[in-house]
Design a protein around this ligand. Sequence first.
Ligand SMILES: Cc1cc2nc3c(=O)[nH]c(=O)nc-3n(C[C@H](O)[C@H](O)[C@H](O)COP(=O)(O)OP(=O)(O)OC[C@H]3O[C@@H](n4cnc5c(N)ncnc54)[C@H](O)[C@@H]3O)c2cc1C
Length: 402
Amino acid sequence: MTDTIRHSEYDAIIVGARCAGAATAMLLARRGLRVLAVDRSPYGSDTLSTHVLLRPALLQLARWGLLERLAATDTPAVTNTIFHYGKRAVELPMEGRDGVDALYSPRRTVLDPLLVDAAREAGAEVCHGQQLTGIVRDASARVSGVRLRAEDGTQLMVKSGVVIGADGRHSTTARLLGSVVERSGEHASASVYGYFEGLELDATPTNHWFYRPEISVGLTPTGAGLGLLFVSAPAHQLREALRVDVRGALHQGIAHGAPELLPALRRATQVGRLQGFGGQPGFLRRSHGTGWALVGDAGYFKDPLTAHGISDAFRDAELLAQAVAEGTDAALTEYQATRDRVSENFFAITDEIAACRWDLPRVSELHQQMSREIKRECDLLLELDPVPGPSDQPSSPALHAA
Ligand SMILES: Cc1cc2nc3c(=O)[nH]c(=O)nc-3n(C[C@H](O)[C@H](O)[C@H](O)COP(=O)(O)OP(=O)(O)OC[C@H]3O[C@@H](n4cnc5c(N)ncnc54)[C@H](O)[C@@H]3O)c2cc1C
């Protein structure tokens, strides 16, 4: 279904309306800007991604007044995490602080519409079934709007103070703007995942991460009483297996990476199709210019093995919303500088984990480094200005000069 765009001019147009785009739309609308977010995919649709949320993502949802809404869905509150390094198990019960008492792994069909609803509630227009086809520039070459095509083929030009690409790792916005990759990862893991009924291992909801040489396996409870099970391995190995037999790739991965799961897996029922991801090395793209910016995977992608893409999308949505509200090109420059500085270590850690060349002591050390980075990131988020709550935003946003 195509949503109708109501105006011909906005303060900000955002291309992509999931973790990065819908969050940015909500934050800008709460600051009183007139915002349009468009997405070519339908409201509430699924996407290729597992969905383990780590503490920074949940801290952001708490700061934005949305964690209670997530907790009210059927997504279980996870209060324990167990890392299995071969036969050595390290248990990390959840420590409640800063409004985050549990971890959650909401399906993207739950998380993304929750963000879209919050953006709309804040006054943003969010239109699905609209695809970006072109960028418009003014006489001084500053980006001043977009060209869109609706599902029925209708074309439209819409003007905007700033155009934000939140359209994922294959971003059309980045390509049309000529944004260059400024830092590349070297490694990539491929993965296969699916949903299973009857795969609980524990009385209380627990995230399990299993590591054996060259293979990682994860199991996390999600909505509808299902367990999300995923296997990751070096892309050059798993990619071929995925082409031949996705189910075989998952079961072989479990047999090598978490054989202790096999008895439970035999008893469990698979629900829905398995999904395969062939892998892609991480990158940081140039993410600002005159009248434009990138946020989320469009500007910064890293291997999914560290389950941090959604956390970073939420962090950068807020950093970008602050910069756009300031309304200067210098603020956009500062946005990217901050993103790059706070992402540097995590990007390197992720790239090493994605290589899957570690032994068990090394991957355990990398997880401890990750944990220190997560702590640093949470400290940064807690220092940001408070975000206006769901009911604090102005009722009729004025059109701002960008
Ligand atoms: C296999 C896999 C597993 C992952 N697991 C995790 C995990 O467990 N935890 C975690 O935190 N992260 C995970 N990630 C990363 C996470 O999926 C991303 O970081 C996150 O989705 C980024 O959100 P985004 O809004 O930037 O982009 P996306 O979620 O990719 O959304 C982009 C949107 O833009 C729209 N779009 C694209 N082009 C256009 C266009 N031309 N016009 C209009 N709309 C357009 C698309 O329809 C899409 O809806 C995983 C990724 C993969 C691939």
